[in-house]
Design a protein around this ligand. Structure first.
Ligand code: 6GU
Length: 248
């Protein structure tokens, strides 16, 4: 998978050199490049923003550097070489479509993702409209709160997406029952020792009875979901319920 990130703060994306994503990049499974938007400015101050049309507080990212960035990074016509002609463009915005595990799966199937990190009061809307006439564009948000800019959102999205790319995660089985894949949250986890500061690992987990362990985990998962995310239980597909599930 090819990933480009365009930002005015490339240093913000340094964590992508670390850990599992760094390893996936070294192994060639993820081809990720971070670009400084100021590379496509021409004035001495490398300015990327301007006052909002119509007035108001804050600054808006101006279209010119974004346009020249797209011109350079995205070929106008297929070159005939291998690889996709156009990326799927993700523009970060608190006004975007909510990012979910389902969208992570959708993005993990794309051959080329490009992230445009919005800063200040956002990017001039014509950048989005221009791109949408030429490629698939999704404005995306990671939750109902406001960040200074999209960089942290892009870190979260890239982490959620790349761990679904085959070969990136060491143990693919850990993708199966995790929180949000099954529509309910995961049961709590424990490890050794069996007793710690007077707190015990639930004895069923040490019983060796896999059937009982599965049933306990299922009940804990439903209980946890009812407490922390009742909205998820309401949206649960009745077909995913087991006849032994007792909904509280
Ligand atoms: Cl993607 N960007 C910004 N600036 N704030 C956000 C967000 C994105 N998602 C939630 N809040």
């Amino acid at each position: 998978m090819k990933i480009d990130v365009v930002t005015v703060f490339p240093e913000y994306l340094q964590p992508l050199d670390l850990s599992l994503i760094g390893r996936a990049r070294e192994r060639g499974m993820i081809d990720l490049t971070v670009h400084d938007l100021r590379r496509w400015t021409h004035d001495v101050h490398h300015s990327v923003d301007g006052a909002p049309a119509g007035g108001g507080a804050g600054m808006v990212m101006k279209p010119q550097p974004w346009g020249e960035c797209f011109d350079e990074l995205i070929p106008e016509a297929p070159t005939g070489a291998a690889g996709p002609a156009k990326p799927r463009l993700l523009v970060t915005s608190p006004a975007g479509r909510p990012f979910t595990q389902a969208m992570a799966h959708e993005l993990a199937a794309e051959p080329w993702l490009m992230f445009a990190c919005g800063r200040y009061e956002g990017i001039d809307q014509r950048v989005v409209d221009y791109a949408a006439d030429r490629m698939e564009v999704t404005e995306v948000s990671i939750g109902d709160y406001v960040l200074f800019g999209g960089e942290v959102a892009v870190l979260a999205i890239i982490e959620a997406v790349t761990r679904l790319v085959p070969g990136v995660l060491g143990n693919a089985a850990s993708l199966d029952d995790e929180s949000h894949t099954a529509g309910v949250l995961e049961a709590p986890a424990y490890t050794r020792p069996a007793e710690w500061r007077g707190y015990e690992v639930p004895p069923v987990l040490l019983s060796g009875d896999h059937g009982k362990v599965d049933r306990w985990r299922r009940e804990q998962a439903l209980l946890r979901t009812a407490r922390a995310r009742p909205d998820l239980l309401e949206r649960l597909d009745p077909g995913s319920l087991d006849k032994r599930d007792r909904l509280l």
